[in-house]
Design a protein. Structure first.
Length: 302
């Protein structure tokens, strides 16, 4: 494909992960309203498999399995916002992967299908499993993902494997995981911050898996965190640094260039501590300018 053709085909749906509003103690609907007010049309959120007090009281910006997916979809439609992915990233690599992780993800898949959400995010654990050898953990995940992908295919939902843990931060292991099923319904969620904090090069990592990228998390890394944790951790829950203000900004820009040149048409979630709004606003402003500079078609407005 010629580069000019890729530029014409590339289109990014820019949204944010509602986890950035965890510390603001707002409801999912309030996070959706914030998206509408700031010209954001895509949103990603966590999935609660059951009931939680802070969610029930309206202090947690995610969705629960007991909520009516069609009702949620109606609320989103009224605000001009859509779900790009549901985050069901319970670790699949530990002893509780088959007993808790698999039912959790399959429930999220069924919920997503009714809600009109195209993707469900999954991952491994942050650390090497203490009860299993690496090979035992990989064999277990193969069985689990075989089951998960079978469900995903029945419902027409793409399952993504996020770069967020001991195995997925390793490009060789990620390649093996993505080979667990020969299916267009198994793809990768690239997280620029997790890959960076794990000591990898986000640009090289994304380059290797461009054809399998289904969803992208844009996450910067604060200098202090990079100095103390890079190469020591395999993922971070949420960056306290607005995007463009950290040491990963240039890598993010180059990753966006890769997506553009590849003709990627998909969702990109911004992940940062929103600080109730201002932190996310700074991130949106920086990303808008980069998209403009790189001539990338998107739905974020000017």
């Amino acid at each position: 494909m010629q580069k000019t053709e890729s530029l014409q085909k590339a289109y990014l749906k820019i949204g944010f992960h509602t986890g950035g509003f965890n510390s603001a103690y707002v409801s999912f609907e309030k996070a959706v309203r914030w998206a509408k007010e700031h010209g954001v049309h895509g949103i990603e959120c966590g999935f609660i498999h059951g009931a939680a007090w802070n969610h029930g009281l309206g202090y947690f910006p995610h969705i629960a399995s007991w909520e009516d997916p069609r009702e949620i979809r109606g609320m989103l439609d009224r605000h001009g916002v859509e779900l790009t992915q549901i985050d069901a990233a319970f670790p699949q690599s530990g002893m509780t992967g088959p007993s808790i992780g698999v039912p959790y993800v399959t429930e999220a898949i069924r919920w997503a299908a009714l809600a009109g959400c195209p993707m469900v995010d999954t991952t491994d654990g942050l650390n090497k499993p203490s009860e299993l050898s690496e090979e035992e953990a990989m064999k277990q995940m193969r069985r689990s993902y075989t089951r998960i992908v079978e469900t995903a295919e029945r419902y027409g939902i793409v399952v993504t494997v996020e770069t967020h843990g001991y195995f997925t931060a390793n490009p060789e292991r990620m390649a093996e995981i993505l080979s667990f099923a020969d299916s267009p319904f198994l793809k990768m969620t690239m997280d620029t911050g997790n890959v960076f904090i794990a000591g990898q090069d986000p640009v090289k990592f994304l380059s290797r898996f461009l054809n399998r990228a289904g969803h992208v998390h844009i996450k910067d890394v604060a200098p202090t965190l990079s100095n103390t944790a890079r190469g020591q951790q395999t993922g971070i829950g949420m960056s306290h640094c607005s995007i463009g203000e950290g040491v990963n900004a240039q890598n993010i820009r180059r990753c966006l260039e890769l997506l553009r040149d590849h003709g990627f048409r998909g969702a990109v979630s911004l992940e940062c501590e929103a600080q109730g709004g201002p932190g996310m606003e700074r991130s949106l402003s920086w990303v808008r300018q980069v998209l403009k500079d790189l001539h990338i078609a998107h739905d974020l407005g000017s």
